[in-house]
Design a protein around this ligand. Structure first.
Ligand code: SAJ
Length: 486
């Protein structure tokens, strides 16, 4: 039994309506666009409409999409070709006019729920609620509504259902079907993820789950639908990221322990990861300069809110913090740890942060991407600035960031630097050599803080660098050598 049995009339209404043929996708973001073009590429669907508010920030996408132009900068294999094809065949179009929802069989809603402000960790649900209102106001009897945005458990059967019912005057589970089908796509592999990842489909009732399964199984090539209740689907989505965040935090904490005990985390990790036998495998991830992005930084808080909501009785040990909250605190500490390593490095050569020049390499939150949402680099940048240092930032993929100058000139950023901190593992940073950095920095003992363990410590130490690495307890107290003229 995946969820409550539906009232008979919903099944009858859907049977009378027949198979899904016309689909709406609300939110032309990196989830909505590939979903829409995949649906439109299938013969069983006669029309897909992408709904996009004509807002200042995203309204431009409407014209681009109607011309068959991919609005996203990064490389998305297959997306541009598929978009051009479905637009030229007249199977997909984009519109700000939600009245076109009235004749659609299914409407999916993929509107982001970013932090209102990182300080209070509350999600900004206003755009999502607006989307729900517009759909509720215009959808017809027998429609399927699928909420794809990541939300706090309890949202689908709670406020989402209430908005849809209030705006439509209809009842979920009787006049229309309602599911939560969380997105699980990664930038750079959107189409492939939608086709190959298993898809969680959580209905408010069994008929809704079945209608949602009909919709999403159509775009799956390798993946399968995993049906469950709507709230289970919300818990699954937030938990899959909370658990990843927890695994990263475990690696970060172990790395801090290894530094304190002056051993090499990566040796320890190799040993742990060698346990590959059935049933004894250890899922150990990688420590680093911090955890950014819009998934792992917020989904744990969705999960925590769901487990502490009204009418929730949680039996949990007293005075013990949630593992997921602690994981967030450890991961959010890592940029501060980077600052501690950098300050210790400067102290080793008798320098204080005031007036020194610091080069921060990497602003994006993941390698070889321009995506900088919730970047760990910002805290390191603030700590360095607040200490009186002169800070320059390099990132080859990030065009700009409010209040921070992001340079694309790596040499210019390293020029005259007393300290260099690697925060993002962009491929180009792996090519840095001690000689090139020394010549640019012009100081005898530059401090190098490697937040992603991408450079060989011994090569830089041999040339006079003061090296500090996350997890490198075996190297972080090395003797300072004079540059060997090679
Ligand atoms: N990170 C570490 N150590 C690791 C892995 C990641 O410090 O071992 C850091 C990264 O540097 C980054 C942050 O964590 O700053 C997030 O990295 P991520 O690889 O988890 O990338 P995301 O945030 O794009 O996560 C997404 C999630 N996908 C969805 O929500 C659909 C996540 O569930 C996926 O596992 C992840 O992509 C993925 O595997 O690529």
């Amino acid at each position: 039994m995946t969820s409550l049995p539906s009232r008979r009339d919903l099944a009858a209404i859907l049977a009378e309506r027949g198979p899904i043929r016309k689909i709406g996708v609300v939110g032309m973001g990196y989830v909505g666009v590939p979903s829409a073009v995949l649906f439109a590429s299938l013969p069983q669907y006669s029309k897909v409409i992408g709904f996009q508010r004509n807002s200042k920030t995203s309204g431009h996408k409407i014209d681009l999409l109607n011309q068959g132009i991919n609005p996203f900068a990064g490389e998305e294999p297959g997306l541009s070709a598929l978009l051009g094809e479905v637009v030229s065949k007249g199977k997909f179009s984009c519109s700000p006019d939600f009245s076109q929802c009235s004749h659609l069989d299914a409407v999916t809603i993929a509107i982001q729920t970013p932090f209102l402000s990182p300080r209070d960790l509350e999600p900004d649900l206003a755009p999502l609620f607006d989307g729900l209102k517009m759909v509720g106001r215009n959808m017809g009897k027998g429609a399927l509504v699928s909420l794809e945005s990541t939300v706090t458990p309890g949202t689908t059967v709670g406020i989402a259902r209430e908005i849809l019912e209030a705006e439509s005057g209809m009842a979920a589970g009787e006049d229309f079907a309602l599911v939560h089908a969380p997105e699980r796509v990664m930038v750079g592999r959107l189409i492939r993820n939608l086709q190959e990842h298993d898809r969680i489909v959580g209905g408010i009732d069994e008929v809704s789950s079945r209608r949602g399964t009909e919709l999403y199984s159509s775009i799956l090539t390798k993946g399968r639908v995993i049906p469950m209740s709507a709230t289970s689907a919300e818990v699954e989505k937030t938990a899959e990221n909370a658990l990843r965040d927890l695994q990263i935090a475990a690696a970060n904490q172990l790395a801090l322990y290894c530094e304190a005990m002056q051993v090499n985390f990566f040796d320890v990790r190799e040993g742990i990861a060698s346990l590959r036998e059935e049933g004894v495998t250890r899922a150990i991830l990688w420590p680093g300069a911090g955890v950014g992005g819009h998934c792992l930084t917020k989904d744990s808080y969705h999960l925590e809110r769901g487990a502490s909501g009204r009418n929730i009785h949680l039996d949990f040990p007293k005075r013990v913090n949630s593992l997921f909250q602690s994981a967030r605190q450890i991961n959010d500490f890592m940029p501060r740890h980077m600052w501690h390593l950098l300050s210790e490095g400067l102290a080793r050569i008798g320098k204080v942060p005031v007036g020194v020049k610091i080069a921060i390499l990497g602003w994006a939150f993941i390698p070889d991407s321009g995506d900088f949402r919730n970047t760990p680099s910002e805290l390191l940048w603030s700590l360095a600035r607040d200490s009186g240092a002169r800070v320059k930032v390099h990132d080859p993929y990030v065009g700009g960031y409010a209040g921070v100058h992001i340079s694309h000139d790596l040499e210019g950023v390293i020029q005259d630097a007393d300290a260099i901190a690697i925060v993002t593992a962009h491929q180009m940073y792996r090519a840095l050599t001690p000689e090139s950095v020394l010549n640019l920095s012009g100081v005898p003992h530059p401090v190098l803080v490697d937040g992603r363990n991408i450079l060989d410590p011994s090569r830089f130490i041999a040339q006079g660098f003061v090296y500090k690495g996350v997890g490198r307890g075996d190297q972080n107290h090395h003797l300072i050598e004079d540059r060997r003229i090679t």
